[in-house]
Design a protein around this ligand. Sequence first.
Ligand code: ADP
Ligand code: MG
Length: 153
Amino acid sequence: MLSKTIKTKSSQETYDFGKRLGEAFSFPLVVFLRGEMGAGKTVFSKGFVKGMGIDDEVTSPTYTIVNEYGDPARIFHFDLYRLQDGDELYEMGFEDYLNLGGTLILEWPDLLADDVFEHKLEITLKSAVATPDQREIVLETDDPEIMEILNTI
Ligand SMILES: Nc1ncnc2c1ncn2[C@@H]1O[C@H](COP(=O)(O)OP(=O)(O)O)[C@@H](O)[C@H]1O
Ligand SMILES: [Mg+2]
């Protein structure tokens, strides 16, 4: 397991880091994106999608469950907060999304914690009340190809 922590001092820095990360990958990822409300998941996602070369507007998928970016779509951004369990997700066709071979960004992914994905990267944004404009971004992966790239950024 590789674990790497980055600190940002503003929302712009989190966006920029997301963008740099998105630019670094030339293969599709499954990103587990964690963090409390207001931690910066949407800010990070905006940069990440941009870095992957897509200019679409990125919004929180809270009400839609999934947002698709790119034409044809190649990033699928899920908010699993309101789902009961993994079964509910697979019932809404999650397998089909996986088979499209795009990148998945999964917010509130704990219901998928036991599932196995190729190229999985876990990202956790952490904030502290005392430092409202700072975030710690923790990156964790077991995937050798992702590790190699994280070591270069
Ligand atoms: N270092 C930082 N990184 C990201 N967001 C930050 C940072 N500092 C302050 N913020 C603010 O925190 C909020 C994060 O919101 P958002 O990305 O919507 O969070 P989430 O999607 O996790 O609920 C924004 O208002 C943003 O301006
Ligand atoms: Mg959000």
